[in-house]
Design a protein. Structure first.
Ligand code: NAD
Length: 345
């Protein structure tokens, strides 16, 4: 079997996990790695990933000389969240004639908030004969692609409500800040106003993906972010939360049609939810005929889920027709466990 040659761009929490996962997959071969971290540059990827062996792949701080059409099939980017921030780096990949998967949240459906950049990327991808996919656990899977998939068993759908209730404890300081964990209620309100606290990134993208796939008309999306105030002391290696302080953010996104709620996505994220008896899980409720009620407890872990969805989507993206794609444009991905997974039609 001819292996799919991959460059990993970004070796942080997600990118390094994706690289380790790719090393376990018989149909994938890592041929390059990029990260700007000074302590990674020039080191063997095996050393950066703490594998105890070298892989013969040196980490570069730029893609110079690496992304050659024919020598690289796909680049995996795990560097940031917003389309405008990663557009330049995505353009470099696409103009090199290399397919791209990014886990930037807004790229799950960039048309939702950056229609002009999405159009440009689609045009560039078509011109260079490659495809581009934004994916991850959420957006990219739980609260959108999976909802769409379940709706295929319905004769009709009147309303969708889905929730992902998860534990933020394993995440680092950036996530704590953007979710407002450790803030006072007043600091939380100020952070929301200034844009320093954002909650979840991806509701407009997920709502648009579902609406587009089902042909539901959405004329307005509203998002609300409320602090989850802790009644008990909670602590992680990065933050301490006293009773009365913020343990997380309850973020809700609603898509309306003619004033009626059609798609509601609920995503309360907090550290140590179990300390107040909150059970984590993923829930999808589709109202229509028949009703579908899917429940998974505890939630699919965000880190492993993101690495897996991105890596397992590689053959689909390599085989896809050129252009900008979303998860609902491509065949259903599955866990890559053997040769036949790479040769599907
Ligand atoms: P991280 O901060 O741990 O890692 C980012 C890495 O990228 C760092 O090593 C950094 O040095 C490197 N980097 C940044 N800009 C670069 C550039 N221009 N060139 C080369 N290297 C660069 O972050 P993470 O936890 O790995 O997540 C990466 C991104 O993916 C975040 O923005 C996160 O919000 C997003 N994400 C999305 C999903 C999803 O479900 N779609 C899930 C998890 C994370």
């Amino acid at each position: 079997m001819k292996k799919i040659k991959v460059v990993q761009w970004g070796l942080g929490a997600m990118g390094s996990g994706m690289a380790k996962l790719m090393l376990e997959k018989e149909g994938l071969e890592i041929v390059g790695a990029i990260d700007t971290r000074p302590d990674y540059i020039g080191k063997d990827l095996g050393e950066v990933l703490k594998l105890g062996r070298n892989l013969g792949v040196k980490v570069q701080n730029t893609p110079a000389g690496l992304l050659q059409k024919g020598k690289v099939d796909i680049c995996m980017q795990a560097i940031n969240s917003f389309t405008k921030d990663c557009f330049g780096d995505m353009k470099i990949v696409v103009e090199s004639g290399v397919n791209l998967i990014t886990i930037a949240e807004e790229m799950a459906m960039p048309e939702a908030q950056q229609p002009e950049l999405a159009r440009q990327l689609d045009e560039l991808a078509q011109k260079n004969g490659v495809s581009v996919l934004g994916t991850g656990i959420n957006p990219g899977f739980i609260l959108d692609a999976q909802v769409v998939m379940l709706s295929a068993a319905c004769l009709n759908v009147t309303r969708i409500e889905a929730a992902r209730i998860n534990d933020l404890s394993p995440f680092g300081p950036t996530v704590m800040k953007t979710q407002g964990v450790g803030a006072t209620p007043e600091e939380f309100e100020r952070g929301i106003k200034s844009g320093e606290i954002v909650g979840h990134i991806g509701f407009p993208e997920s709502i648009r993906m579902i609406a587009q796939a089902l042909g539901l008309k959405i004329d307005r999306i509203e998002e609300t972010r409320k602090p989850i105030i802790s009644n008990v002391y909670r602590e992680t290696p990065h933050v301490k939360v006293q009773p009365g302080m913020v343990a997380g953010c309850e973020h809700v996104g609603v898509g309306y049609c003619n004033g009626k709620e059609v798609i509601k996505l609920v995503h309360p994220q907090q550290i140590h939810p179990h300390l107040e008896g909150v059970k984590t899980g993923d829930y999808i409720n589709i109202f229509g005929d028949p009703e579908v009620h899917m429940s998974n407890q505890p939630e699919i872990p965000g880190g492993k889920g993101t690495m897996a969805v991105a890596v397992n989507s590689i053959p689909n993206v390599v085989r896809a027709t050129p252009g900008l794609k979303s998860m609902v444009d491509l065949p259903i991905p599955g866990c890559l466990m053997g040769n036949s997974a790479y040769d599907r039609r």
